[in-house]
Ligand binder design. Structure first.
Ligand SMILES: [Fe+2]
Ligand SMILES: [Fe+2]
Length: 266
């Protein structure tokens, strides 16, 4: 496997030109074989915002792109559109598959649409989605790194964030880790972190990590958390490196701030 680049919460409409240019430079250095876009692509699901996002991802994801919608990619004020065509804007630029998959010899990526037009910000994973992903994971080969992608997080580190977890997070973590997931990726809260689910959940019996991305290019950053992206690479069949790269305004570039070595359960 070469390099995977996770980009999240771009919130086009609030994008920052200098940060976008720096991210384009990083991507041209890393040459990721796959870009994973974990939702909140736009700020308000407007046509121009989706168009700007599409042209940016055409330049940044030269080889392959997997994208899912976030709660911001569903119209908020247009109630008719929200009820009857919630994903029309997203589908127009990223295609009709809201739960895309990517596979090659070394990688299986399964993306899940966790947005719900009826739930405003909250995300949900249904029993059917949990089972479908578990069945797909069970078909993975030993060589494949297995990644599940959601928008809202399955796991948070702060008590103040527990309300942002996906409805169904407990069942999803248990089922997907049992079925062989190595990484569950998310975004939504604009807080980047990597944490071992097998240490924080007593019913997780395989090594499985949550990898959360911050906001990549939006001005909607939180205090002490600049724009960031995650870079995943594989050192050998049992070892993966998950790195966080932050944007430094001083240097006008993304730079690596940490690297977690994940020893896969194989
Ligand atoms: Fe967001
Ligand atoms: Fe979100």
């Amino acid at each position: 496997m070469s390099v995977l680049l996770q980009i999240s919460d771009t919130h086009f409409g609030t994008e920052q030109t200098l940060v976008m240019a720096a991210l384009l430079r990083l991507a041209s250095e890393l040459q990721p074989s796959l870009v994973i876009l974990s939702g909140d692509v736009t700020q308000r699901a407007r046509r121009a915002q989706f168009d700007a996002a599409r042209s940016f991802f055409d330049r940044i994801a030269r080889q392959a792109l997997i994208a899912i919608p976030g709660n911001h990619d569903i119209p908020l004020f247009n109630v008719i559109a929200r009820m009857f065509h919630p994903y029309a804007g997203f589908e127009r630029v990223f295609g009709p598959d809201l739960e895309p998959e990517w596979q090659d010899e070394q990688l299986m990526v399964l993306a899940v649409n966790t947005t719900r037009p009826s739930r405003h910000k909250d995300g949900e994973v249904s029993a059917e989605q949990i089972q479908r992903v578990s069945r797909r994971l069970a078909t993975a080969t030993r060589e494949q790194l297995r990644i599940v992608v959601t928008h809202q997080p399955v796991h948070v580190l702060r008590d103040s964030e527990t309300h942002n977890r996906l409805h169904g997070h407990r069942e999803a973590i248990k089922a997907w880790s049992d079925a062989g997931a190595d990484i569950i990726m998310g975004g939504h809260i604009h807080l980047p972190y990597i944490a071992p689910l097998h240490e924080d959940h007593a019913d997780v019996h395989r090594r499985c990590w949550v990898v959360q991305a911050g906001t990549a290019v939006s001005s909607r950053i939180r205090a002490r958390h600049p724009n960031s992206v995650n870079v995943i690479s594989r050192a050998d069949p049992k070892t993966v490196f998950a790195e966080r790269w932050d944007y430094s305004a001083e240097r006008d570039q993304f730079h690596r701030v940490n690297a977690h070595e994940l020893n896969l359960d194989r």
